[in-house]
Ligand binder design. Sequence first.
Ligand code: IVH
Length: 681
Amino acid sequence: MREHIPSDARHEIEKLTGDLNYHSYRYYVLDSPVISDEEYDRLYRRLKELEEQYGYVLPESPTQRVGAPPLEKFEKITHNEPMLSLDNAFSYDEALEFDGRVKRLLDTKGDIGYTVEPKYDGLAVELTYRNGLLLRASTRGDGYVGEDVTRNIKTIRAVPLKIEETVHIPEEIDIRGEVYMNLDEFEKMNIQRTKEGEPLFANPRNAAAGSVRQLDPQITASRKLFLVCYGVGIVKGLSFKKQSELIEWLKKARFPVPVSVKIVKGIERVIEEIKLIEEQRRSLPFEIDGAVVKVNDFEMQQRLGAKTREPRWAIAYKFQAHQGATKIKEIIGSVGRTGVITPIAFLEPVRIGGVTVSRSTLHNWDEIERKDIRVGDTVVVERAGDVIPHVTAVMKEARTGTEKRPRVPGKCPACGSLVIREEGEVAVRCVALDCPAQIQEKIIHFASRGGMDIEGLGEKNAELLYSSGLIKHFEDIYKLTKEDLLRLPRFAEKSAQNLINAIESSKNTTLAKFLYAIGILHAGEYAARLLAKHFQKLEDLYGISPERVMNIKQIGEKIAASVSGFFSGTKNIKTIESLKALGLKITNPDFTPLKKEKLPLEGITFVITGALPKPRKDVEELIESNGGHVASAVSTQTDYLIAGEAPGSKLQKANELGIRILSYNELSRLIEQSSKHPRLF
Ligand code: IVH
């Protein structure tokens, strides 16, 4: 802290820090923000500005969450108290046995008070707070020694950097919990990784663990992680009597706690609660793999003690695994709405977590190769919540030698067109205009404002026309009649007529709009306009090579390859020709042919004399092919005399007229230079 910081500034920094932390808590812990993201960002920027100006930064400032440089390796941290694991129960009988054991050890017949909490499937961590400030954070490791992941944990916004004075603050406290990732974030991340050709995470737990165990905190910060707290290690200067009391304290101190912590008496009630949590499981936005049952009273916990690795006062009731082993019968490409062909494994049906699974996505063809997945393989299939099941492992030891590697499809499984695979991309795509798997999406784009601008053919109507069977192919748009539309639920006289009119007037369009409308991969409105500028008519693009498209300065390799790919087969051209036969007229007002480049010798007159190193005819041709003119006699119109050995009277005349004399070599140099620097002339 600097000495002369005005008290106004100090107060504003303190207030902003407190307010921002409160808003983070509302957002990340309570899931109920009270200000907009923009407002948060505005306050954050203000705080950052003041902190920089006055060099006064509170340790719990939100600006301290990010910006730490990458580490070489993690330091080790020995836990003050070992982080134990839990015994599992896989049936209600085993839960009853646990209750029996507890009663026997406590020497009681009465009902035991338990808490029942969901068991979060993530990475166990310990957060140490000294005098209310987050001192360090570590992974569980082997239970005794973990890794120092403080800088990464700080990037998780649900982690308080300071314990607020809403509670009594202990001198020191080790708070234990789980870092996890929501299912939608996990899916999003894997989609991104597919695009970037990176190996995928098998489940949200691995994704969370992989994100926390990153040497570069920037990477952790970019992943949306959450925290939930459910226990403590050592506590100095504060004591809790019960698990339920601890949870209440954590809640008050603004730590995130499990979505439900039920306090019940007797194992029968415990089982009822487990059932409720299992029912809840499907609707939770994150993975849970069971319920944790804990003896509520800490004094009883003390008396029960622990075995080497697990306490005797708690048990994890595990839900049925979302995992199972089965055989791949076939691998087939499936075309998505955007043309990407995704490999799908057809499986021998297997029951996983109460659901029969017979298909699984394999994400992309690179992933198949990387995991060496073959048809006939026995594989481990995992379901994460409601998400599509995926293959997480191949049991190579079960191979018989008859397994076959799948082939990347050369043709679209939906329409039979040749597929493309761009350089450096994992995705295989069908770019056919008329592919039935993509038609709905393509029509929406075709009709959009920047394209054919057909008002009334938006998402809803496109879907309706497709599902009612009225539009199966692209050209069906131009075959629609008012009567067709009137048979559909959403159309009345006027709306039907309007759509027919809009379709009719879209028939007169420009090349730029049409090229955009047909949705050539990577080619947006700008690229479409460039193409229209350079090519006079649509037909000039039929069968075009990527090199010719690349002649347009602003168009890069990727777009050029895509344009060429689009017009390379006969299928798209056929579809376009059918549209034309139905009355589509394309004009091209954007066409601006490049003026012929000025040739280096254009407008210059030469006369040749004497013996040159090359035959005279060749020299004449050289001049003329570079735009120059060769005259037979020297006159005032002559610009240069090219003089060889033993020149005649022409040289004298030229000298008299003050005409410049060049040797053959000088002529060559002149041509060379002026084609490099045309302005020299
Ligand atoms: S209590 C000694 N409560 O499950 C008891 N653990 O399989 C320590 N876990 O290592 C754990 N949710 O990582 C507890 N509500 C919860 C939990 C939970 C998830 C994890 C934790 C633990 C593992 C044991």
